[in-house]
Design a protein around this ligand. Structure first.
Ligand SMILES: [Cu+2]
Length: 174
């Protein structure tokens, strides 16, 4: 097995038998935002996980008013099921289930409650650290990008609205 193909330099401090766990999901837009495509990457780092996401094709920001919530920044979460079936075209990706919530917390503190995604004319790139799970824990779970911002308060899902895009988390590499 040639570990160098994964990009670790010869002087890497990672021992051969201790390559950090990694996982990824390809993210694809559904009928409400078909141009979305990108990926999210999970990498084990000291004391937690680094999450990195890069997405193109997000809808442009639309200001909210009254009862109409803004479009963007976009709620972004891990959901229970890694199943991205469109189902109802008006309300897609219900197949991904509710929020992944392994330690039974209120919304706002779910292990998979992530920072909102900002669209820069449709493009978003972000990385952040979490100690709420290990990479192995999220393999087979779903990633969802929502239409509206997450208010981190409304139960059970932050009133983030419809599901624009979905991805299934898979093990990366060995
Ligand atoms: Cu969600």
């Amino acid at each position: 097995m040639n570990y160098y193909q994964y990009g670790y330099p010869a002087y890497s401090y990672y021992p051969y038998r201790n390559i950090p766990a990694m996982a990824y999901a390809m993210i694809q837009g559904g009928p409400l935002a078909p141009k979305i495509n990108g990926y999210v990457f999970f990498r084990e780092v000291p004391n937690g996980v680094e999450v990195y996401i890069e997405v193109h094709g997000l809808p442009h920001y639309q200001q909210g008013s009254g009862d109409k919530k803004p479009v963007g920044p976009h709620g972004f979460h891990l959901h229970e099921k890694g199943v991205c079936e469109i189902g109802d075209k008006e309300d897609p990706f219900q197949s991904a289930g509710g929020h992944w919530n392994p330690d039974n917390q209120p919304h706002g503190n779910h292990a998979g409650d992530f920072p909102v995604l900002f669209s820069n004319d449709g493009y978003s790139k972000m990385s952040f650290f979490t100690n709420r799970f290990r990479v192995e824990d999220v393999i087979g779970k779903g990633v969802i990008i929502h239409q509206h911002p997450d208010d981190y308060q409304s139960q059970p899902s932050g009133d983030a609205g419809k599901r624009l895009a979905c991805g299934v988390i898979m093990k990366y590499g060995m």
